[in-house]
Design a protein around this ligand. Structure first.
Ligand SMILES: C[S@@+](CC[C@H](N)C(=O)[O-])C[C@H]1O[C@@H](n2cnc3c(N)ncnc32)[C@H](O)[C@@H]1O
Length: 282
């Protein structure tokens, strides 16, 4: 097993008892996924479902005909499903062991902390672009991505190191490819729900305040200060839908549909929900 996969498995196992920490975040995430269903026969795909702590599966399985949960960590998916009553499990399919980037094998090709060469970076960029051929059944009415894009980006930071001269280039490529993957897996007219953490109280201590943030001011502040996870400022994410030709050709109406705080034991995260639709004649 490559060390990036081992690291995700370790993180998921460490969070296995975090269900109650996720309550408010789970409610926000689930509400958007449930609201995106247009018929009870709809097919849902959740990317990065992991332990399932941010998914109220009974509510989701009521809203959808079938739910496909995807993650690199098959054990985490099984743990999440095991918590559900047997009656809620029958319309859920698990797809473990799937690397959503298509390039983790290359990213983790060398021991952790070893610099990657330009030739290796080129291969990673090439693989991540062509790595959209996930072993999943067809396309879906709704594709949700639940706080996996920040982990994908973190994996680039872990593999390249925080000072690698090509770090941002690779981060932005994997970010765009994740959005393309979501768009590419939608049926015409389908809907995508991207949920992502974008800054934490480690660098923005005001997130710990008792009071609800003034979100417009917070977005302006993090933008001015460059204080957000690489590539994940919600404003910049929305801009990608205009600047990337592949996304512009498939996705319409990208919009910010929510901003909330996700309180964990050691830090508080700011989280954004961005939704978009696949062009109906696609
Ligand atoms: C922070 S967790 C998200 C929370 C998760 N939805 C839950 O409720 O437990 C990120 C998830 O993304 C998965 N992940 C990270 N990188 C991945 C990749 N390249 N391919 C597939 N899954 C990945 C991790 O295994 C983890 O389960």
């Amino acid at each position: 097993m490559n060390w990036l996969v081992a690291e995700q498995l370790r993180r998921n196992a460490a969070r296995r008892d975090a269900w109650s920490d996720y309550a408010a975040h789970r409610a926000e995430t689930t509400a958007r996924i449930v609201a995106a269903a247009r018929s009870q026969n709809d097919q849902l795909c959740v990317l990065g479902a992991g332990n399932g702590d941010d998914l109220d599966l009974p509510a989701i399985t009521c809203a959808y005909g079938q739910s496909h949960l995807v993650d690199i960590d098959a054990d985490a998916l099984a743990r999440g499903l095991d918590r559900q009553p047997a009656s809620q499990r029958q319309n859920v399919r698990l797809h473990g062991g799937i690397d959503l980037t298509g390039c983790w094998q290359l990213l983790a090709n060398r021991p952790r902390g070893t610099a990657l060469s330009d030739a290796e970076i080129e291969q990673i960029l090439e693989r991540s672009t062509s790595g959209q051929r996930m072993e999943l059944p067809g396309r879906f009415d709704v594709v949700a991505s639940t706080c996996v894009i920040s982990q994908v980006i973190d994996s680039v930071v872990l593999a390249l190191g925080p000072t690698h001269p090509r770090l941002l280039e690779v981060v932005l490529a994997l970010r765009t490819n994740h959005l393309r993957l979501m768009a590419g897996r939608l049926v015409p007219g389908g809907r995508a729900v991207l949920v992502t953490d974008f800054v934490s109280s480690d660098t923005l201590p005001s997130l710990r305040s008792e009071h609800e943030p003034d979100w417009a001011a917070l977005l302006a502040q993090i933008t001015a200060q460059g204080n957000f996870f690489h590539g994940l400022n919600p404003r910049n994410l929305l801009a990608v839908f205009k600047t990337d030709p592949a996304l512009a050709a498939r996705a319409i109406d990208a919009r910010l549909t929510g901003l909330w705080r996700w309180r964990q034991a050691r830090r508080v995260y700011a989280v954004a929900a961005i939704e978009f639709d696949a062009i109906a004649c696609g």
